[in-house]
Design a protein around this ligand. Structure first.
Ligand SMILES: *Cc1c(COP(=O)(O)O)cnc(C)c1O
Length: 358
């Protein structure tokens, strides 16, 4: 049948989901595949979050609290803000979509890096905006070039910090200089999905821009260090004015009851967060050393993954690892990204990579 579809939408490439892990295990005839592909917490969910799920299950005949009163209040308290600064999403992915929907008119521009989180381009295009793509410089956001790319039509600017897939960061000084050049009416989106893993003391205090009433939003998530990727909950910290517009386009029950309850418990599970951070730091050093020993030069990472040039067709290496039950992420060409896993998973990965290469 004839179908009218806008060329912007037709041009989008659907997200290709990986093979379900149990399906891969069945095909390979192995008891357990090792997934190092999506930057999830290898320790699993916060135990405190798991403990509240059964109780929440008994209320599932009711709609969720559409205002997520308790979770928003807890987040506001954590950051010493009032609740009207906090917006929740079905993952921070959804908030990226709300930003595009609320703030882009057809033809409006959104500035972003070339190698960064793929959702920015997808959501901007779906909202009939124009992605303005600025190459990374030495694998980091080139904030000078991004400032140069701003025009009168720029409405959104995405800074993924630390950047996915490279793991690199921009510093407080970089961002300070950049913000002097951003016009007042453009919204700067600081996507800080890996914030809790960051070790570098020069990491920017992006909340300060919100507190100075600049048009900015900080995105964080329960999908990474909190270990709740499967529940889908992320949040934005922004001005009440921006939050108000996002709420106008937000589906009222976007964060479900289980997610709200588990996220609230996970937020207060400092022990799980601390344990996850410590494990990541020590295992990152191990994996990095292992990659260096194999002759690679992984980029310095502030997150829970490493990005490296594997020196040959990355797709071939990806497939060979997959046949050994290890799932990494092939970014493009010779570039791979690998999530830091449990100690035995990391050892297995390094051994398998060594075998694949020889
Ligand atoms: C994982 C990730 C997110 C989080 O996505 P959720 O929708 O909250 O699961 C956001 N931004 C970046 C850069 C990420 O890597």
């Amino acid at each position: 049948m004839p179908l009218n579809i806008h060329s912007h939408i037709a041009s989008l490439v659907p997200y290709v989901p990986g093979k379900p892990i149990d399906e891969l295990e069945r095909e390979l005839g192995i008891p357990r595949a090792i997934k190092l592909a999506s930057n999830e917490n290898p320790l699993g969910p916060s135990p405190k979050a798991m403990a509240v799920l059964a109780g929440a299950a008994a209320t599932l005949h009711r709609y969720p609290d559409g205002g997520a009163y308790r979770l928003r209040a807890a987040l506001a308290d954590r950051y010493k803000l009032s609740s009207d600064h906090v917006i929740l999403g079905n993952g921070s992915d959804e908030i990226l979509g709300l930003l595009a929907r609320a703030f882009l008119s057809p033809g409006d521009e959104a500035v972003m890096a070339d190698q960064t989180f793929v959702i920015y381009k997808m959501e901007v295009t779906a909202a009939h905006g124009k992605p303005v793509i600025v190459p990374l410089k030495q694998w980091r956001h080139d904030l000078q070039a991004m400032a140069d790319a701003i025009t009168a039509r720029t409405r959104l600017i995405f800074i993924c910090n630390p950047n996915n897939p490279t793991g690199t960061m921009v510093t407080a000084a970089d961002v300070h200089a950049f913000m002097q050049r951003v016009p007042d009416d453009a919204i700067v989106v600081f996507d800080e999905a890996y914030y809790e893993y960051v070790q570098d003391r020069d990491f920017p205090d992006s909340l300060s821009w919100v507190l100075q009433q600049r048009n900015a939003i900080i995105l964080r998530t329960f999908s990474k260090i909190y270990g709740l990727a499967g529940l889908r909950v992320g949040y934005g910290l922004t001005t009440p004015e921006i939050a108000g517009y996002l709420n106008r386009v937000r589906p009222p029950f976007n964060v479900n009851t289980m997610a709200q309850g588990a996220a609230l418990a996970a937020l207060h599970d400092d022990e799980h967060v601390a344990r996850s951070r410590v494990l990541n730091a020590s295992e990152m050093a191990t994996v990095k050393a292992g990659l260096v020993a194999l002759g690679f030069q992984p980029l310095p990472s502030q997150a829970n993954f490493l990005f490296f040039d594997v020196g040959r067709d990355g797709r071939v290496v990806f497939d060979a690892l997959l046949r050994r039950g290890i799932i990494v992420r092939h970014i493009e060409g010779r570039l791979l990204r690998v999530t830091i896993g449990l100690p035995e998973e990391n050892r297995y990965f390094l051994d398998a990579l060594k075998n694949v290469l020889s």
